[in-house]
Ligand binder design. Structure first.
Ligand code: PMP
Length: 306
């Protein structure tokens, strides 16, 4: 994997090879770190790089930290500034993915959250597709359950919680599927391993509410707004039953890495007509324009790297 030449670590930008933590670091030993996943997109015509919704990503990072008793060393604006500085250092001219992490930085043994030093770091990688079959993904319903808010908060990006996502993803891939739908402990469809889900039923766009053990996705929020404002669709946030996905007209998954992935089969049953539907197709094209700062109505979501 190709990485950035520089990283942000312990308050400064330095060569990636010097950004290292010790093997006894709390965040590494116990999964006590929280992270973000953000993208910046290259706009070829303008010859410029644009961060997509960095304020919202850093707000979620700070909120994930709050759930884990962390004191963020920066506010949203401070994070955006240091991100711009880091991106300028390596002068990126392609689509990239950024991984900011807040972590319990003290070294030693002892499971707890309090009285530990919090640190922040970030690196960058060039990035294109996360799900290869993003126009015709085949999903299975995972035998794993989604972590519950009373176990590890699913609404925050807590590193330890991603053991759950890793189990889900590996079993789905090894069984020959592209991704999985994960049920929560109430048996409702929550999300995928690292993406939110939407279905179209009777012409309505339906997605689980933030109280059904999902990550509060920023792509999810963007798609809800685009669907309402640009496609005039009604969007309903409600619990989704397992068998509803078999009779949906369309289904897709959303995430920063995944972007918008069309789901055309679930456990060998076709979704709708078994090919990517009209609403999914339109949203994918709208979303691609919006993230590349090509749609003036949504330019407030793009921050130019300069
Ligand atoms: N759910 C999970 C579990 C995720 O890890 C992600 C990726 N961050 C998402 C949903 C999608 O969230 P977002 O659109 O903010 O990337």
């Amino acid at each position: 994997m190709d990485f950035s030449k520089h990283a942000f670590f312990e308050g400064k930008i330095l060569p990636l090879s010097e950004a290292k933590i010790g093997i006894a670091t709390h965040g590494f030993l116990y999964g006590t770190s929280v992270f973000g996943g953000m993208r910046a997109y290259w706009n070829q015509e303008k010859g410029k790089l644009f961060l997509f919704r960095p304020f919202d990503h850093f707000r979620r990072l700070i909120n994930s930290g709050k759930m884990m008793a962390m004191q963020s060393p920066y506010d949203e604006e401070g994070f955006i500034q240091l991100t711009l500085d880091l991106l300028k250092t390596d002068n990126w001219k392609q689509d990239i993915y950024l991984r900011p992490t807040l972590y319990k930085a003290d070294m030693g043994i002892g499971v707890k959250l309090h009285d530990l030093r919090d640190e922040f770091c970030m690196f960058v990688i060039p990035f294109e597709k996360y799900v290869k079959n993003d126009t015709d993904a085949h999903l299975t319903v995972s035998s794993w359950r989604r972590i519950d808010d009373n176990v590890i908060p699913a609404r925050g990006k807590v590193a330890g919680g991603y053991a759950n996502s890793a189990l889900i993803k590996t079993d789905a891939n090894r069984a020959g599927f592209d991704e999985a739908l994960v049920l929560d402990n109430n048996g409702h469809v929550s999300e995928g391993s690292a993406m939110n889900i939407f279905m179209v039923r009777d012409g309505l766009l339906v997605t689980p509410p933030v109280t059904d053990n999902i990550l509060e996705g920023i792509t999810r929020r963007s798609v809800i707004e685009l669907a309402k404002k640009e496609l005039g669709l009604e969007v309903v946030e409600r619990s989704i039953d397992r068998t509803e996905v078999f009779i949906a007209e369309e289904m897709f998954m959303t995430g920063t890495a995944a972007q918008i992935v069309a789901v055309t089969k679930i456990d060998h049953r076709p979704v709708g007509s078994g090919v990517m539907g009209n609403i999914t197709t339109k949203l994918r094209s709208l979303f691609d324009d919006v993230v590349r700062a090509k749609n003036p109505k949504f330019n407030h979501w793009n921050v130019e790297v300069k």
